[in-house]
Design a protein around this ligand. Structure first.
Ligand code: PEP
Ligand code: MN
Length: 344
């Protein structure tokens, strides 16, 4: 349930409700809003608890949240959340952001050249994996810490913030040291101890939809991070498994407006993993923009034929630049702009 405070509720009244919620054996998460504060309460609440809270000074009303996901839902927070990745704002109608870069950090040259090229084409964030989740234990699993160093150097030289994946709770501090945004990959969307761990720190988190996750499961995973106190969650639709074999995944374009209807969190689209075919990336990226995505995540490689991972879905520098020339017109058709990379 949600305790909605009066517009003029004082700090003491808000603190009083938070303390009483704790005494009732529930967890309180204050949710300051533009107009008034609400206090999310989590745990099994008896009806008497609600009645007691309702009669406290400064309380306007008690609202029961019907969705299983609470902090991520629009019922609890009606206004869109803006997540800041270093200086880049994501969500709430802000200009669209584009996170681009290689699937995996392979070498310094490959990463530096890609960072420079994607920035030149208008990307706002650099993506790249140093710790790679892999279906097969024999596939490339990333360079680890040395990959993080290469990525951070390339990002610094290009003047772009970094998004990179973290695979285990034990690596969160290390990856957070090099990254501006921690990515939770599709295979880890239901790794609840990892969700707890990224919830306990303050770096923004880009959470990818699981391979077979429903929208509700996806939002419940976001809920784990929010419930630990980290409000900076960006959702990312990256396609789901279906019976179709011509594509690697089936990109669920309806997930974008649906997530935005159910949740206040920003939504990105990853048409690279969403389709698995380089020639489908641009059209699906444009469809995602038209559907209201707050940004894109695109894999780019200097020589996709030689990529250690996901070359078949990676764009060349030229193809990425060509996509970036097309995005503004589609964004403009729905009243959105595309973010410019920050000045170096
Ligand atoms: C990636 O972004 O390189 C990746 C592994 O994505 P996903 O978790 O969506 O498969
Ligand atoms: Mn990849």
């Amino acid at each position: 349930m949600l305790v909605v405070m009066k517009r003029d509720a004082s700090r003491e009244e808000i603190d009083g409700v938070v303390a009483r919620v704790g005494e009732l054996g529930l967890t309180a998460i204050p949710l300051p809003g533009a107009e008034r504060t609400a206090i999310g309460t989590f745990g099994v609440a008896a009806r008497e608890a609600a009645e007691q809270l309702e009669s406290m000074p400064g309380v306007q009303e008690i609202v029961y949240v019907s969705r299983p996901f609470k902090l991520s839902s629009r019922e609890v927070r009606a206004d869109d959340t803006v997540v800041r990745v270093a200086g880049v704002e994501v969500g709430a109608g802000r200009p669209l952001v584009v996170a681009a870069g290689p699937c995996s950090v392979e070498t310094k040259e490959q990463t530096t050249a890609t960072a420079k090229a994607v920035r030149g084409a208008g990307a706002t964030l650099l993506r790249g994996g140093a710790y790679k989740p892999s279906t097969s234990p024999y596939s490339f699993r990333g360079l680890g810490e040395s990959g993080l160093r290469i990525l951070a150097e390339a990002a610094h030289a290009a003047g772009l913030p970094v998004v990179t994946e973290v695979l285990t709770p034990a690596d969160v501090d290390l990856v957070g040291h090099f990254a501006d945004c921690l990515q939770i990959g599709a295979r880890n969307m239901s790794n609840f101890s990892l969700l707890d761990a990224v919830g306990e720190q303050r770096r923004p988190v880009l959470l990818k939809r699981g391979l077979s996750a429903t929208i509700e499961e996806f939002l419940l995973s976001a809920e784990y991070i929010l419930a630990k106190g980290n409000p900076n969650v960006i959702l990312c639709e990256r396609g789901i498994r279906t019976f179709e074999k011509y594509t690697r995944n089936t990109f669920d374009v309806s997930a974008i407006p649906l997530l935005k209807r159910l949740s206040h969190l920003p939504v990105l689209a990853d048409p690279s993993h969403g389709t698995g075919k380089w020639y489908l990336v641009a059209p699906v990226a444009l469809a995602a923009v038209a559907a209201g995505a707050d940004g894109l995540m695109i894999e780019v490689h200097p020589s996709p034929d030689h990529a250690l991972k996901d070359g078949f879905q990676s764009l060349t520098f030229e193809n990425f630049a060509s996509l970036m020339r097309t995005v503004p017109a589609v964004a403009a058709a729905i009243g959105r702009e595309v973010a410019l990379p920050a000045p170096v």
